[in-house]
Design a protein around this ligand. Structure first.
Ligand code: PLP
Length: 414
């Protein structure tokens, strides 16, 4: 693992986190190049025996340096907006390894993606088919498409990150999929090349994935029967990571569970992991500002807040908090680690047993995914800087926002 203690001090690879805090200030996102690559290769290698393409889910961490690193190592990308497409291309990503997911692709997004030559549009509605067909015919192009089928399986995860149930807004209901494929086949500027599903995020067991895959396999057979043959199957992302004491299936166990069906299908396999690659490759470094013990609870007010990291507030996520310097000197108490934002929901962690003093540095673990990307300027707070370590070296990959930058797009009335 990239973030471990050496002589009671927490390191990122071979960089002392105290030194990084001194050099770049806090709050600070610290990423590990080695951990990104390790996580990427774990899933890529697990599928080595079949033709496959890993498409990193850009929404989990879209820093250009991260995208560039993964692109250089063979990763493709799963994007959900025109903005993400532009980012991937800017970072040197290969358009022919991009799959475009998401419910609301605009005509402009579609045009840019067609001109770039992406691998596939993962289509989420009937209406989207007509829109893509229209844009493609105007450009005199053929758009490669796949339908995102909603298999109606319970991912057994947090409701906000569960996407594969029929009441969710995502995908095309399993029962409507065949008709929708038939309709797609009738549109002259579309080429049907695949099928896809993504049932949710932070899944721990392989069973929901297998259940979804069985449904897709049946659908592929039904499609064959009506003369529609596919080139690929996209099994989405969603495999979870350990934040606390969860025991997620490993990439190898996941691959082993899926492999019999995938081999029987004999199609190219696309994967869209996000969190699995990025979560454990980052921490958020924050400094204790004020300690506020009360009769009811002990609050440690730190310099990071929900604008920097909203996962605890938004999903009640439990993220591990480690003291950068382990000392036995102070008394251990139970603390709520909170930001200074005027919201009761602004907390990073609750009920943590720590020996804290003002100015102590804390590392919020597992903050490489859905963390910086969800940050905001709420309470007129500039977003944190991001650095990536590589052994003993550290590279600034995003500068801290200055206050002037926060209002640079605003204007007074004349
Ligand atoms: C968010 C998302 C992913 C990635 O999910 P993770 O849980 O981060 O692996 C993959 N595919 C689609 C369509 C998504 O929306």
């Amino acid at each position: 693992m990239a973030f471990v203690y050496q002589n009671n001090t927490l390191y990122a690879e071979d960089c002392n986190l105290n030194d990084l805090a001194k050099k770049f200030g806090t709050p600070l996102y610290v990423y590990s190049k080695a951990q990104f690559l390790k996580n990427f290769h774990a899933i890529d290698d697990a599928f080595a025996e079949i033709e496959h393409q890993v498409c990193f889910a850009v929404k989990s961490n879209s820093n250009l340096a991260v995208l560039n690193l993964l692109a250089q190592n063979g990763s493709g990308f799963d994007i959900v907006s025109g903005g993400e497409l532009a980012r991937v291309l800017k970072a040197g990503g290969d358009a022919s390894k991009i799959v475009f997911s998401g419910l609301g692709k605009t005509e402009q997004d579609i045009e840019v993606a067609l001109n770039a030559g992406i691998a596939c549009f993962n289509v989420e509605s009937y209406r989207e088919l007509t829109r893509i067909n229209q844009v493609a015919s105007r450009l005199n192009k053929i758009a490669p498409i796949s339908l995102r089928v909603n298999p109606d399986v319970d991912a057994q995860t947090h409701p906000y990150i569960s996407t594969g149930l029929k009441e969710n807004k995502f995908g095309i209901a399993h029962d409507d999929a065949l008709d929708t494929y038939r309709y797609a086949a009738s549109l002259s500027n579309l080429e049907i090349i695949g099928i896809d599903c993504h049932i949710g995020s932070q899944l721990l067991d392989t069973q929901p994935f297998v259940d979804a895959l069985i449904k897709l396999e049946q659908m592929i057979d039904e499609l064959k029967a009506i003369g529609i043959t596919l080139k690929h199957i996209d099994i989405g992302g969603g495999l979870g990571v350990q934040y606390k004491d969860e025991q997620p299936a490993t990439p190898k166990q996941y691959a082993d569970a899926m492999m019999p069906i995938l081999q029987r299908l004999g199609l190219k396999v696309y994967l869209e992991p996000g969190r699995l690659i990025s979560a454990t490759a980052g921490v958020l470094l924050t400094q204790v500002d004020i300690l506020k013990p009360t009769h009811h609870r002990n609050f440690a007010i730190v310099d990071a807040a929900m604008n920097d990291l909203i996962r605890p507030a938004l999903y009640q996520s439990w993220m591990d908090v480690k003291a950068v310097n382990q000392s036995q000197a102070n008394e251990v108490k139970t603390w709520d680690i909170v930001g200074a934002i005027c919201e009761t929901g602004d907390f990073l962690a609750k009920d943590r047993d720590l020996a804290l003093q003002e100015k102590d540095l804390l590392a919020i673990m597992g903050a490489g995914a859905y963390s910086f990307v969800m940050s905001s300027n709420y309470n007129t707070r500039g977003r944190a800087a991001e650095v990536m370590v590589d052994g003993e070296q550290v590279h600034l990959v995003r500068e801290r926002e200055s206050l002037e930058q926060l209002w640079q797009y605003e204007h007074l009335l004349p």
